[in-house]
Ligand binder design. Sequence first.
Ligand code: ADP
Length: 646
Amino acid sequence: MNFSTLRFPIKTKLTIATMIPLAVAIFCCFLAGIFILNAKVAGQAQEKVRNDLSVAREAYQSELSRVCDVVRFSAAIGTTTQAIENVNRKALAEVLAPVRSNEQLDIMAVVDASGKVIYRTNNPDVYGDLKTDRFVARALKGEVVTGSSVLSAGHLAVEGAALLQKARSGSGADATDAGLFLMAAVPVRDPGGAVVGAIYGGVLLNNNHALMEHVRGVVYEGTRSKSSKIGSASVFLKGTRVASSSQPPAGARLADEVFRRVILEDGHWVGRAQVGSQWYLAAYEPIRSLQGVPIGALYVGMPESQYSSAQGGTALLLGSVVLICTLIGVAVSGVLGGRLAQPVKELSILARRLAAGERGVRSNIDSRDEIGDLAGSFNEMSAALAEREDRIIELNRDLEKKVEQRTAELEEKNRLLVQTREELLRVEKLAAIGELAAGVAHEINNPMAIIRGNTELLQLALPEEDPNREEVDTIFTQVKRVERIVSSLLKFARRERRELGTVQLNALLHEIVAQIRHQEPLDGIKVQEQYDPEAEMVSGDADQLRQVFTNLVINAVQAMSGGGVLSIESSRGTEGAGFQVRISDTGSGIKPENMHQIFNPFFTTKATGTGLGLSVSYGIVKEHGGSIEVRSVPGAGTCFCVNLPS
Ligand code: ADP
């Protein structure tokens, strides 16, 4: 997967951007919290195990006190004093044996003032030996002495054979036959206060699991785990464990480090220790002899699992708090990210609408920050864009108008140019034809005058009934026709001079209509005249204009061979200047392909036509400064409009 092409919404990026430092901070806090809490829990655990050791010591001392009390009680009995003075072993047995048994002492013996053993409750048959240990020595000096003491296997055998067996603990290299005792020695005095002897007694700690269980119970009273009793208490003789609250009880040795610290250096040791397969948080302190020399160690310990589970619980609690905080953080940064991203998203949509061509797009974002500035700039840009586009549209419209105007002007000029060129051509052509026609007419005129004169003479000479008279008449008719053509040619060549004057236009037109009947039959033709009185006066040559209108009227009549309507109208010019004469018919009309040639000289569609009528009329109107327009619909009719200046 190519991550560079992936697209992440800004909301996600903002959320991640705020979450990463938050997550790092939360993770660091979590680690620091775990470290601090662990250190605190570890410190508290160590403090507790130290306290536990103090409590265990108290329990140990309390047992020692009990032993001392029992021995003192035994020494205080009057019978005991008398029995010692009288060396009455039987009496001593009666008094002391039940006490030892009831109070569960392991040894209890009586010595006289010289230190010689008189009676042993546990081993009555062995006596007479001299007891020289410090307990007895100090008791014989009148002191009540209590403390811990180690009795060798030999001494144990003397005190009682069963004790040797009871004291045996450990196995292999760890095995020991010596016994660790809670000992007490008390002087026995006569009524006068003199020391007559002493009683010593003790409780063997080796394999005394009940005592250790009692100590453990005192220490961890009220502290119970779900499955089992927690904690353990043990005593060590030198490095060997001789009694323990836990099973199997004995046999384990003190770790070297602990042995060195507690036994050799006479110090306390608190730390992790393995007991059996389990690890404990343990505390050790030395058990000292009367001389203050470490002879063993007292131990209490709590399984590390308790502490670990407390640590685990703490970590779980902290983890849960961190997780909840993280989730809240994610939710809050999601909401904040969304809020921050919202205006950006909105601006993006508006920008897309603007790009799609929408105008007047405005953002309503009103925040006083960079996004607010951006929204402001966007609005300015949108407004400027709309304004610029309006201006461009306006300029475009102007440009189009100008182009249209210029095109129209150009077309008009083109049309005028084409028209002018056509007119120029026509004028040139007319001039050339006129010149030629004038030359031909001039040359024909004189012979024709002779032919005509002689033909008239022949007519006069021949009577009406002469058989040749008809041919002569035909010659005369044809001569007249030739003369008419020659006359037309001369008119066309405009050899005649124009005589300008005022022309009564309407009267002229009416006169032409009245006379036309003599030239052309008007059978089936309805004539309509409509004259504008204001179109009355025209400046021009009356004869030439008569010729123009006569030509047009004759053409109209000839176009309506089957009848129709002939209209003759006059009016003021179209733009209020000059005059217009319209001669229209409902005749055959002009074919479109002939339209451009009807003003050419000699163009005719008639059998007897000369094709000079329209070309002569055109020339005359042009010379008057006017124009002729033609509108024709084949089969419907034609209208000739003659425009004359005023
Ligand atoms: P001619 O009349 O001798 O033919 P013109 O120059 O007067 O010569 O006319 C040229 C041609 O124009 C005619 O032959 C005819 O074809 C056409 N023309 C002129 N006037 C009309 C009209 N009113 N209706 C139909 N065609 C016409």
